[in-house]
Design a binder for this molecule. Structure first.
Ligand code: GLN
Length: 489
């Protein structure tokens, strides 16, 4: 098989070529490692370990020869650097964890390895997954392969960039408030965040524990289904919030008919904040769904706007607690010169954390403090419940919800300057599903301003991942947006 064709193959095709011994896992890994190195300027990869990758690939080749291949046997994948890994440093994009080596693999990493996947390396992200542009990474920004002057989205920006630039056939990401869906949308790829609790959080460096969820990012919905099937499943001994719901074969219903599917269109997702180019692409995608037999049903998610203040209280509150473990004693960075223990804590945290992380620790500590807890944190929790209830009301009238992923296409690097609110506001359409714990995905649906990709967001009720993937797959059978590639890749 020619080297040039290798990075054009999807996960399913590559897995088949590997099983048929048209290509070896070592060859595939070497091909993607060479591409990762050749495109270092994008900033997608933050760690490679060729020896470890090739050792895993050789083991996969041996299993293929022995006829004991798993579903993803020999397929090279890369992981967001928020998952801890034994053979690669795990930094969460932070100076605090520079060079940190975990003694174990995250459950999601282990599960993918058990299915036969080979790890290519670790992918850049916003520091502790806090961000919408990947500009909060302490390591480097990431460039969008469709226009290298633009951001790839965040926080899984390295992940989205790697798939779009064909530096990996598929990758993992995490989504706390949109970090799989929004970068997938900005880079023209497909990504799904499952129902909260379906994938184990064990070994995912925690940002906001009641929201964090892992998921796959790939070029197609069918490839996402393959990865998701391997990633999900209960992990009762290691993650107390992992649900006792068995793993599922998410590929089984991809081809089901969409005839009669009721797609809810929330009025609040199509208001004045939505830019005209994104709206046009989303409207055209919805027309395509009608052609496929679906019916569009107007619905309302009346508390959409409140999801921003609610999320930016709850997520920082949980982050301030989660990040208290980085104190210079147990993990990562420790300041060199200090006078006593308290001084050591202060200097370590002042040096190790970036501005956005510090901002969130301060906000989180404030909203949890005595006297403000009731006014902010408790209120936010109550509204969070109402947002979840709004979805349940909506699902009385529809099977799926569709709308934009983000109000605009990817913006220019540096465009939001030092205004964090500009980033926060751009999360408006992804936060509601996160707060409700619902599965959501982004599907390439067209192009907008500057010829940048636009994603269509699909949101399902709890455990409706199969239905989401089915709807996305049928759309991808009828369109070719997910097959388009950025020039030069
Ligand atoms: N942009 C959101 C934030 O900054 C979401 C990030 C995420 O999903 N990890 O918190």
């Amino acid at each position: 098989m020619s080297a040039a064709a290798l990075h054009d193959l999807g996960v399913a095709e590559l897995a088949a070529a590997l099983r048929e011994r048209k290509v070896s896992s070592v060859e595939a890994a070497q091909h993607f490692l060479a591409r990762a190195k050749a495109h270092q300027n994008l900033g997608a990869y933050v760690a490679l370990n060729e020896d470890a990758t090739l050792a895993q690939a050789r083991a996969a080749d041996a299993r293929i020869s022995a006829g004991t291949a798993g579903a993803l046997e020999g397929v090279p994948l890369a992981h967001k650097d928020i998952f801890v890994t034994r053979h690669f440093p795990s930094t969460a994009g932070s100076k605090m964890l520079a060079g940190y080596q975990s003694p174990f693999d995250a459950t999601v990493v282990t599960k993918l390895a058990e299915a036969g996947a080979v790890t290519l390396g670790k992918l850049n992200c916003d520091e502790f997954a806090m961000g919408s542009a990947n500009e909060n990474s302490a390591i480097s920004p990431v460039r969008n392969p469709w226009d290298t002057d633009r951001i790839p989205g965040g926080s899984s920006g390295g992940s989205a960039c790697a798939v779009a630039a064909r530096l990996a056939p598929a990758v993992t990401g995490t989504d706390t408030g949109g970090s799989i869906r929004q970068p997938a949308s900005f880079c023209g790829i497909t990504g799904i965040k499952p129902t909260y609790g379906r994938a184990s959080r064990y070994g995912m460096i925690a940002f906001a524990s009641s929201l964090d969820q892992a998921g796959p990012m790939a070029r197609s919905a069918s490839d996402c289904a393959l990865l998701l099937s391997a990633m999900c499943g209960p992990d009762p001994d290691r993650d107390s919030t992992s649900l006792d719901v068995p793993a599922e074969d998410f590929s089984a219903k991809l081809n089901d008919s969409l005839d009669g599917l009721r797609i809810g269109i929330p009025a609040e997702f199509f208001g004045e904040g939505l830019s005209a180019d994104v709206r046009a692409a989303v409207d055209a995608a919805l027309k395509e769904y009608e052609k496929l037999g679906a019916r569009l049903v107007p619905i309302t998610l009346p508390r959409t706007e409140l999801s921003i203040p609610v999320y930016y209280i709850i997520a920082p509150a949980e982050a301030s607690s989660n990040l208290s473990r980085f104190d210079g004693v147990k993990f990562g960075h420790r300041a060199k010169d200090y006078t006593d223990l308290v001084d050591m804590y202060k200097k370590t945290r002042a040096e190790g954390f970036g501005d956005e992380v510090k901002r969130r620790i301060m906000i989180g500590t404030y909203v949890l403090s005595h006297g403000y807890y009731d006014a902010y944190y408790l209120q936010a929790q109550k509204i969070r419940r109402m947002i979840a209830d709004d979805f349940q009301n909506a699902f009385q009238h529809c099977d799926l919800i569709a709308g934009p992923v983000a109000p605009t296409v990817a913006w220019k690097l540096g465009e939001h300057g030092s205004d964090p609110l500009a980033d926060y506001l751009a999360d408006i359409f992804t936060l509601p599903a996160s707060l409700a714990g619902l599965p959501g995905m982004s599907v390439p649906a067209g192009f907008g301003e500057g010829n940048m990709p636009v994603g269509l967001q699909l949101i399902g009720n709890y455990f409706q991942e199969s239905r989401l993937l089915n709807a996305a797959h049928r759309f991808q059978q009828a369109t070719d947006f997910h097959l388009r590639r950025p020039e030069g890749f």
